[in-house]
Design a protein around this ligand. Structure first.
Ligand SMILES: [Zn+2]
Ligand SMILES: [Zn+2]
Length: 320
């Protein structure tokens, strides 16, 4: 639990109760990403403290509430940690990522970095029993990457520029390579760049080439503006990195280049998660876990959060 910004404690709390339509999950592993680090550091205050962090979670069904069908105790599952209302106009149009009533696990409702967690059954996805935990903790961020690829409309055979090879950038590189896209990646951290190349991306040449698609994943100041200068006329720029810094852009930069700008927020229920979960059944040369650098036991959760800021790949916590 986060007790103060930057301070975690491993504490016993009452096990959550599994209500109607809910599933109790014995969590096995939880990945860490930039939004967890923002809550941890105090940049994104949680509704209260102490607060259970984490939203990239995999576990095993421990109990099933009344009215739940299609899940059994002992089944391996991952959680889709954005609980949209499914009733508002955006939800009814299939754009659940725009739901105003969306509950974000670990951000607005208690997280998954815990021994037990409850989740609404419709957001609990069964997975094959033999998938490594390193792959399962990447299902949620891989779905963010997949949704960005889907929304971009990029076709196989094209070349794109990805700025940033943090864990989200790595998962996007992997998804684009699997889609048949040639990926040039720009990343100042040599270890992250190496990892992106191990997934089939190539370092972006310093200048010269322009690209029909840009994917900005870093949220780093100036990254989008620099990437935009390399976008070909009529290009598409997809923004995934959640930064609150102001951009240094004029409308002319977008108008003269006839840029299509896409902001890609999480994913839309249920199609995007269904697609990532289904892909777990297909053997891949680069499984999702290829973006993982380190797993830490719960007793070393402080070290996990410290490492996550600078690691070359995804860091996760093993909940045993
Ligand atoms: Zn995340
Ligand atoms: Zn809604």
């Amino acid at each position: 639990m986060l007790t103060e910004p930057g301070v975690l404690s491993v504490t016993s709390v009452p096990d959550p109760e599994c209500g109607t339509g809910e599933v109790l999950i014995r969590m096995r592993g939880t990945g860490l990403c930039g939004s967890d680090l923002a809550v941890y550091a105090g940049q994104r205050p949680p509704p209260r403290r102490p607060w259970i962090l984490g939203h990239e979670g995999a576990g095993r069904v421990a109990a099933i509430g009344a009215g739940v069908e299609g899940l059994t105790v002992g089944q391996d599952v991952v959680v889709e940690p954005d609980y949209c209302c499914l009733a508002c106009p955006p939800c009814r149009q299939g754009r659940t990522s725009a739901c105003a009533g969306r509950a974000a696990v670990g951000l607005t409702v208690p997280g998954l970095l815990s021994e037990y967690a409850v989740a609404p059954a419709r957001f609990v996805w069964p997975v094959p029993p033999d998938v490594p935990l390193e792959d399962l903790v990447c299902v949620e961020p891989a779905t963010v990457a997949w949704a960005a690829l889907r929304r971009s409309g990029i076709a196989p055979g094209l070349t794109c520029l990805v700025t940033g090879a943090g864990s989200q950038g790595l998962l996007l590189c992997r998804a684009l390579v699997e889609h048949g896209v040639t990926v040039h990646v720009q990343e100042p951290n040599a270890a992250r760049l190496d990892r992106a190349c191990s997934l089939g991306a190539r370092p972006a040449p310093p200048d010269g080439e322009t690209y029909p698609y840009l994917f900005e994943t870093s949220g780093a100041p100036g990254a989008f503006e620099q990437g935009l200068r390399r976008l070909a006329p009529h290009g598409t720029a997809v923004l995934i990195g959640l930064s609150t810094a102001r951009l240094d852009l004029s409308p002319r930069d977008l108008v003269a280049g006839q840029v299509t700008l896409i902001g890609s927020m999480v994913y839309d229920h249920p199609g995007d998660f269904a697609r990532t979960v289904a892909a777990l059944r297909t053997p891949s040369a680069t499984p999702l876990g290829a973006v993982v650098s380190d797993g830490y036991p719960l007793d070393d959760v402080d070290a996990a959060f410290t490492a996550a800021a600078t690691a070359s790949g995804k860091v996760w916590v093993d909940l045993g």
